[in-house]
Design a protein around this ligand. Sequence first.
Ligand code: TRP
Length: 441
Amino acid sequence: MTIRVLTGVTTTGIPHLGNYAGAIRPAIRTSQQSDVDAFFFMADYHALIKCDDPERVAVSRRAIAATWIACGLDVNKVTFYRQSDIPEIPELAWMLSCVTGKGLMNRAHAYKASVDKNEQSGVEPDDGVTMGLFSYPVLMAADILMFNAHKVPVGRDQVQHLEMARDIAKSFNHQYGRGRDIFVLPQVQVEEDVALLPGLDGRKMSKSYDNTIPLFEGGQKALKSAIARIVTDSKGPGEAKNPDDSHLMALYQAFSTREQSQAFRQQLLDGLGWGEAKQALYEQLENLIAPMRERYESLMARPQDIEELLQVGARKARSYATPFIHELKAAVGLRDPLTATGTAPDAKARKARFVNFRDSDGTFRFRLMDADGQELFLSCSYADPKQAGAVIKALQSAAPAEVLSEQDGRLFVLWQDQRVAELDTSDRQALELALATFRDE
Ligand code: TRP
């Protein structure tokens, strides 16, 4: 069975090394497993709760998207999208609000912290608390339940929100499920073995402590200067250092093999100077980061490419969300007046379509989506977008027999004797149906 793993990142900042080690790297590793269907998204509606600076939200969305892709996220395997591109999420959030007790929200840690602070400073308990902050957990539940995620990897501070998402799902199932579970109950996953990465001063690396090491921002120079600011004890070169009491060691360890960190530990015991130790850490990190930084910079220079990838992601996500929201609306009594069954009113109007995009390696590819928005195939790569366009055009006008060929149980889409894509022969009917829509036009 494939498990659906979903997680989101609030778009208020620029990723640093701690985000990479604690969230990005483990999430990308998880997404590479063959039995995982990963949904990763940018929680940009959540960003509005914490940040009222439009420019910062805009920059952060782009930087986070580019960072994840540069770090190796495979957008063809993972559904990678922006929350605000999926209108079904806020729609669902409203429906969930209507089964969520206010008392449950009163208990949310983030809200309670604001109230406590207000009480201490002698102002109204809800001073400065927006409805956005108060209902933050409902929107987060909608993010998760919209896609029926099984597992949600998050930081420890989000565990309560996951419990609330389960409570909300149970309420909805109970109220509207008529004995059936409409929503999967999501499980929280706190990465136990990802130790919190220490920052420059040894406390958890976090923007709020101003102790971060940048991942890509500022390039090599900023990386080097941050490492130079790592706090150490005052032992001089030649004096034995205690590796267990050094966050420089912990940082090194997070980015090296067991052998490398063993050797480094021994060097510290043998009296390696802190200056040299910092140089070694810098080299280790620069080796890891340099190729990713290069991809990051080239993506950031072409925002349109990021945009196209996110649009593909949004379409993939909505191919799930759109039919599901119709089902959910029907369950609460908001049946579509035209169909009465609650299925999508535009079912007839929807058509198969080709979606082209630029891949992370700079080549051009396209997908054929069926009328339900499900992918039928992903094409091979073309160096030139015109080439890809010409193939699409040819496929739209060809008769199935001209472009389809079967061999050893596989179905090939061909154009001028070149393989464009490969499918299972059992998909033939669906494929012919989709291709037929273009010829009828
Ligand atoms: N609240 C999460 C955080 O601050 C971000 C987030 C929003 C999220 N929606 C989510 C995480 C859904 C997991 C699932 O880290």
